[in-house]
Design a protein around this ligand. Structure first.
Ligand code: ZN
Length: 296
């Protein structure tokens, strides 16, 4: 892998948004022109206690009510209030990588190297990433294309999606990839999200580096899938773990969108549309939960 790595981004030595540079005004207007019916497809899952997570690297989503109506009313009565205004407020603890989320470019390294020649030793601090955090990800309003490779049901864990599989899916969907697109890959594996977490987490069908390269060579901004890691798990090469993350994020500056819900799109035979994803700007975070939609 190290021999493949670029030390510099094509977008200059200070670039922190990677393939986000391909999100031009022209691309945005063309995507918005695809909206003819005003229909919205929500391609995210809910985030909740019980959503799958990959222990031990990922921690579970935890939420509890920290301030509740009863106690806030009591406190306010003691302060002289008579209108019994009760507040409900929660406290949440989570990694940004549970549920439907986007990975920041600084989420993965190759050794010490992060995207665009940044040294992890310089960038990663106890309180977050000094560069390449998710706050730098631009608003994504662009065309998304859906590669349905899952067929009538789903592919198997450990099954690799090849460039040829993607080409066939593009032909079947009636589209050709264009620069600035976002690729959505439907494997069928998403049906197990929250329904059978043990199975969802035991492995997954997904792309390997050749399919990622095929997409990225055509100017893809982000790759999303209905699985937890985009890429085939386990990798067929036992000597590689998560090479697509290294290739897309650290080498190419291409974002990954994980745990998507794509069954509704497939059922409606929607293979292209205007995709909208706005990542919450959590400073220095390695990702963010998102609620992407596709409009047609
Ligand atoms: Zn992630």
């Amino acid at each position: 892998m190290p021999s493949l790595l670029h030390t510099h981004s094509p977008w200059g030595p200070t670039d922190q948004i990677g393939a986000g540079n391909l999100l031009t005004v022209e691309k945005r207007l063309a995507a918005l022109a695809l909206v003819r019916h005003g229909r919205i497809y929500d391609v995210s899952h809910e985030i909740y206690m019980g959503a799958p997570y990959m222990a031990p690297n990922q921690t579970p989503f935890l939420m509890s009510i920290f301030g509740s109506w009863r106690d806030t009313i009591n406190r306010r009565r003691k302060m002289g209030a008579t209108n019994d205004a009760g507040t409900n407020l929660e406290r949440i603890e989570m990694t940004a990588h549970v549920g439907t989320h986007i990975d920041a470019l600084g989420h993965f390294s190759n050794g010490d190297m992060l995207y665009n020649g940044n040294s992890a030793a310089d960038v990663v601090t106890d309180w977050g990433l000094d560069r390449l955090g998710i706050e730098h990800a631009p608003p994504m309003i662009t065309r998304a294309v859906l590669f349905d490779v899952g067929g009538a049901a789903h592919l198997a864990p450990g099954q690799t999606i090849t460039p040829d599989d993607l080409k066939r899916a593009a032909d079947a969907g009636g589209f050709a990839v264009e620069a600035g697109d976002i690729a959505l890959i439907r494997t069928g594996w998403g049906r197990f999200f929250g329904a059978d977490n043990a199975r969802y987490l035991e492995g997954e069908p997904g792309i390997d580096v050749p399919a990622a390269k095929w997409l990225i060579d055509q100017g893809i901004v982000a790759i999303g899938a209905d699985n937890m890691a985009i890429e085939v798990l386990p990798n067929p090469n036992k000597g590689l773990m998560l090479p697509v993350h290294q290739f897309a994020l650290a080498e190419c500056g291409v974002y990954l969108i994980e745990n998507l819900a794509l069954e509704e799109l497939v059922a409606a035979h929607i293979y292209a549309g205007c995709f909208v994803l706005l990542a919450t700007k959590i400073r220095g975070a390695t990702g963010a939960p998102v609620r992407p939609i596709l409009m047609v």
